[in-house]
Write a protein that binds this ligand. Sequence first.
Ligand SMILES: [Zn+2]
Length: 100
Amino acid sequence: MLHLILPSDLDALRELLDENPESLLDVAAVVNCLGTCGLCERRFVPVAPLVESLEPLYGDSKGLHALLRHNQYISLSEAICGFCHADPGLLNMFQKMKKL
Ligand SMILES: [Zn+2]
């Protein structure tokens, strides 16, 4: 099923994402890995579950991780998007809010 929607190999996936970084959101929707940022409510893709979901398809979790982590919609966090995660000021605020 996934093979019908997603590119058949990592190179094809890389090409797809180079052409249109936003298509990562579609890929993530297909494998049910789409998240919503707890801070700015932007749609984003937490990298860990996405790599886990795509690994059976491509069989190369290291390659997948290296390929995906440069995508602007990827976040290392599962709760907040990469844009907020990259902003230490916002991140601090978020952590303080959680402690309240
Ligand atoms: Zn955000």
